[in-house]
Design a binder for this molecule. Structure first.
Ligand SMILES: Cc1cc2nc3c(=O)[nH]c(=O)nc-3n(C[C@H](O)[C@H](O)[C@H](O)COP(=O)(O)O)c2cc1C
Length: 209
């Protein structure tokens, strides 16, 4: 078929883009060309009315990484106290070495969310988070591990100060990146399509084929 693509590889990337927090090569810098190639893939994502409002801040400077890692750790600790959530060992492993990660990518959006309506939020975040997810997939395809992290979004003002974000730019997710080392990434246990899909009407099961 002329428009077919290599489904097995594409599906493998899509289905195995796990959070990688431990099996990372903390000693090997991530090539700038790999990062820029991945960003060029990410910016093929859908973009809303404002068009191309994504901006990416790649942080490799050890002093800047240390400051962001400290903010990340503080936010995590506060969350544990405020919500009584438990930090999983894997999350602990990442936070303990976050300052050593070869690079962090701050996925930012130019312009602030317009309002708190569902439509406003869907439009705003719908114009940036697909690019972040594409970025994660492009990284995965190149053997670069990462984790979707949102903790730093709670520290807009401090992050803005650390990396000089303009007032009208919002940090969404931060992707800590490193080449994977011995990671055997597999599909996660997730609900089956038939258990999460309705046909024609909410509650109506897909017809059996
Ligand atoms: C909205 C959102 C925010 C998240 N924030 C964090 C975070 O701040 N730190 C972290 O270690 N993982 C974070 N994660 C990753 C989840 O913990 C992870 O996706 C989940 O454990 C499932 O594992 P998997 O990604 O390997 O399927 C976040 C995921 C989502 C969807």
């Amino acid at each position: 078929m002329s428009d077919s693509i290599d489904l097995a590889s594409v599906d493998q990337v899509l289905a195995t883009a796990r959070s990688v927090r431990r099996r990372l090569d903390f000693d090997r810098p991530v090539a700038q060309s790999d990062i820029l190639d991945c960003i060029n893939i990410a910016t093929q994502a859908p973009t809303g009315l404002g068009g191309e409002s994504w901006r990416f801040v790649v942080v490799t400077d050890p002093a800047v990484k240390r400051r962001l890692a400290a903010l990340y750790q503080q936010t995590l600790e506060e969350l544990v106290v405020a919500r009584g959530v438990e930090i999983k060992p894997t999350q602990q492993a990442l936070v303990a070495r976050l300052h050593e990660i070869p690079a962090m990518i701050l996925v930012c959006n130019l312009g602030l969310p317009p309002d708190a309506t569902a439509a406003g939020q869907v439009g705003y975040f719908g114009s940036i988070l697909p690019a972040a997810w594409s970025l994660m997939l492009a990284l995965r395809a190149r053997g670069i591990g990462t984790t979707w992290t949102s903790l730093l979004a709670a520290r807009q003002a401090e992050v803005a100060e650390v990396v000089d974000l303009p007032k009208d730019a919002l940090l969404t997710v931060m992707l800590p990146i490193a080449y994977t080392k011995g990671a055997n990434l597999k599909r996660a246990q997730r609900m089956d399509a038939r258990d999460v899909t309705f046909w024609d009407q909410w509650g109506r099961k897909p017809p059996s084929s």
